[in-house]
Design a binder for this molecule. Structure first.
Ligand code: FES
Length: 111
């Protein structure tokens, strides 16, 4: 596959996240959290918390992390690694680009 439009840059302010569903090259739907960090940088991570199946996009975004709203595990936006319990496994981090007002994500390429 390749980069797909996930949303427009105008849809997220800093410290916000949005769940989008994108299809990978096999046609499988992949839930992605598109995240805009405190400094305005953009990230795309797997939207399903690795502890239980809750959406990370509903969590709090701050200074390079998103905190799962359900039990509070924070995830590093750059690596997908959990920074404390109860999550112990990483979530995938996807390639992301900004082009002409669009946020583009490639769900076939993990970083
Ligand atoms: S479901 Fe995310 S920390 Fe428990």
């Amino acid at each position: 596959m390749s980069f797909q439009v996930a949303c427009a840059t105008t849809e997220l302010d800093p410290e916000e996240a949005l769940q989008v569903i994108l299809a990978d090259s096999a046609g499988t739907n992949v839930p992605v959290a598109v995240v805009r960090d405190s400094d305005g940088s953009w990230h795309a991570i797997g939207d399903t918390c690795s502890h239980q199946n809750y959406s990370l996009a509903e969590g709090d975004v701050e200074d390079g992390t998103i905190e799962c709203w359900k039990h509070g595990a924070p995830f590093d936006l750059a690596t997908g690694n959990p920074l404390s319990l109860p999550a112990t496994k990483p979530v995938p981090v996807y390639s992301i680009e900004i082009n002409d007002g669009d946020v583009l994500v490639d769900v076939d390429v993990t970083l």
